[in-house]
Design a protein around this ligand. Structure first.
Ligand SMILES: [Zn+2]
Ligand SMILES: [Zn+2]
Ligand SMILES: [Zn+2]
Ligand SMILES: [Zn+2]
Ligand SMILES: [Zn+2]
Ligand SMILES: [Zn+2]
Length: 411
């Protein structure tokens, strides 16, 4: 008896101790075991059956063993199914439906169950195969593929620009009391609606597009709304329809928002945005050195991808950037990148160091760089001077030299 208990618990997760009797009874067979095969499981099932017969009816022990038996059978079914799938000729051609490029996938290693985007029911991670869109990540049951009605998010994202104004709802009447996606009748939920039947008619508002949807197309998922972030710097997540949810997630990392153009007021209210703008201006000046430096280019592969991303950042921001601007992470990272570049140019690299300037106006022998806070570059010849020196003298010695030289050549 003891023997069998040990052997049973040995099938279960290593993370759970099989020492104490309580942990044994809670010790469910986990699915991470890779070395189980049908033979072992069949033997264990038989053993478990025998043990059940030796226990008292309705006893705790019997209940535990019955639970274990169910698990073992489930695991056996799973292994049989996986085997059958491996041997079967699976549909491996890509299906194109409403712009989705759907391929057949079977991923028993998923950590959690997914929900079918068509019927909203669970796609069990162990038992079911599914179709997945390689462009937008839409999932559905094999048997739901013919019922897809939603256009691929990748197509929507490429054909439509994002809604950047906070969209007020026009009311259900403007939609003829129909779901904006499937046209089924919906109504505003009231206290009398409680049965599941009524739930299917519930109208749910999408904060992104201001339209109402049925529960099949609005799962009460929440997302950041670009318009709310851009207009009010408001980062509270709001309920959105499933189509909007997928679109917002799809575009989350796309750099597509020009903050300064869309809402210049943000720059008056947010000190961090001004700091970011200043550092970006400095980086533009530093890049003039870096792109021409052999040493920098040779070590470029050692530079982190984040550093690379920020160094070559555009003036556009993604939603992800804005979340990081809000949290302070963006500024911190950007400052880090500036420090790395500055260290290279000013101290580490002989090539870059030698391209610093001596201010010709005051002749002090400290080296200045165009990205220094107190430096000013002549817009015509790029020569750098101290800002104060430049302000007091209104001509550029280098430009003057160039002019004189060309005069001489003319003569
Ligand atoms: Zn798709
Ligand atoms: Zn389905
Ligand atoms: Zn619907
Ligand atoms: Zn260099
Ligand atoms: Zn000077
Ligand atoms: Zn000049």
């Amino acid at each position: 008896m003891n023997d069998s208990v040990t052997s049973l618990s040995s099938i279960s997760s290593d993370s759970v101790s099989s020492e104490s009797s309580t942990s044994v009874s809670d010790n469910f067979l986990t699915i991470n075991e890779n070395d189980l095969n049908e033979d072992i499981l069949e033997k264990e099932i038989e053993k478990c059956n025998q043990m059940i017969r030796t226990t008292k009816e309705c006893s705790q022990e019997r209940m535990r063993l019955v639970r274990r038996l169910v698990e073992l059978r489930f695991k056996l079914e799973m292994i049989t199914e996986i085997k059958a799938l491996e041997n079967k000729n699976l549909p491996n051609e890509t299906k194109v439906v409403f712009g989705h490029h759907l391929s057949f996938v079977f991923k028993p290693n998923w950590l959690e169950n997914k929900f079918c985007d068509v019927c909203t029911k669970t796609i069990w991670k162990y038992m079911q195969q599914l179709y997945e869109c390689s462009d937008c990540g839409y999932y559905c049951h094999i048997f739901c593929v013919e019922k897809i009605k939603r256009v691929c998010t990748a197509v929507v994202a490429s054909e439509h620009s994002m809604i950047l104004t906070i969209t007020p709802s026009n009311g259900l009447l403007s939609q003829d009391y129909k779901c904006a996606e499937c046209q089924s009748y919906i109504r505003i939920r009231n206290t009398k609606m409680s049965s599941e039947d009524n739930l299917s008619l519930e109208a749910r508002l999408c904060d992104y597009d201001g339209k109402y949807y049925c529960p099949l197309h609005h799962w009460n998922n929440t997302a950041l709304i670009p318009a709310r972030v851009l207009c009010n710097w408001q980062f509270e997540k709001k309920c959105v329809s499933q189509a909007s949810f997928q679109l917002l997630n799809y575009n989350y990392k796309s750099k597509m928002y020009n903050l300064e153009k869309h809402n210049p007021k943000l720059y008056t209210y947010l000190e961090s945005l001004n700091q970011i703008k200043n550092i970006k201006n400095v980086l533009v000046k530093m890049k003039k050195y870096l792109v021409l430096c052999k040493v920098w280019n040779a070590q470029l592969k050692n530079v982190s991808s984040r550093c690379h991303e920020l160094l070559y950042d555009s003036i556009l921001y993604s939603m992800k950037d804005m979340v990081e601007i809000k949290s302070g992470l963006f500024l911190e990272d950007l400052q880090g990148v500036k420090d790395v570049c500055e260290k290279h140019i000013r101290y580490e690299c002989e090539i870059c160091k030698n391209q610093g300037y001596i201010c010709e106006l005051c002749q002090k022998d400290t080296i200045i760089f165009p990205f220094d806070e107190d430096a000013h570059s002549c817009v015509k010849c790029d020569n750098a001077y101290h800002y104060q020196c430049w302000k007091n003298r209104d001509f550029c010695p280098k430009c003057k030299r160039i002019k004189e030289r060309s005069k001489l050549q003319e003569v």
